[in-house]
Design a protein around this ligand. Sequence first.
Ligand code: NAP
Length: 259
Amino acid sequence: MDLGIAGKRALVCASSKGLGKGCAMALAEAGVTLVLNARGADALEATAEEIRAAHGVEVTTVAADITTEEGRAKVLDASGQLDILVNNAGGPPPGFWTDWEHDDFIKALEANMLTPIALMKAQLPGMIDKGWGRVVNITSASVRSPIAQLGLSNSARAGLTGYVAGTSRQVAKFGVTINNLLPGLHDTDRAVSLAEAAAKREGITVEEAAKARDSANPTGRIGTAAEFGATCAFMCSVHAGFMVGQNVLLDGGAFNSTT
Ligand code: NAP
């Protein structure tokens, strides 16, 4: 399927690895010009080179912490006016409800709620003027089915989800769509470290921990960054103009629900 977005300009935040990289790769395959961001310059440049070599698109890199005002200013400066914005950042650490103080919540809200809102606020007016735009926020399956030890993430992502629910309906008539993409467990560095932690906790090998994790999913496996990226690219395509304010869950059916 031709996604109809060749030549469009996209920013993919937090994209040197994992799900962000998967989204960048799929958008590049569709012919989109990219601005990529991550804190570490080396991995970011390596990913940019890999994407240029694979798809021949123009890729600009900005090494910066997207969760800071200074980092966002650098990224926005290099971006100019975008057609497509994919919001992403690392998730807050796990813990127990008694661990989290005011400042921990502020940090989580800054990273996973206020950062994507600030980037949308900066880019939506230009998209509205052009009469076309796509925003995809990478959130988490925990928005639908909370993970108790991720209370900071649950809280911040719920806030973003509420913002998107309203704002997406205010901008839809201008040809601009905002949706969230909710990953269940995917095969990124995070999945490896979770399997390592489970192996240590349960006194089993990492392979055994990964096998137990995989068999708990209806598909018998975890997702890939390429599958995740392809879904993101479709949500950014010309075909997805009637998809507004949705929370698209990509978890292999792990969340057991009829709706
Ligand atoms: P990942 O493989 O660890 O990759 C994270 C990427 O984000 C890296 O490129 C990293 O590069 C960059 N990054 C992290 N913090 C950043 C910051 N403050 N500013 C700029 N770039 C930053 O992570 P992932 O698995 O793709 O997860 C992406 C998001 O999805 C996270 O919020 C995670 O909580 C959520 N999620 C993931 C899964 C999963 O199974 N993978 C499931 C549910 C939710 P640098 O470190 O160099 O900055």
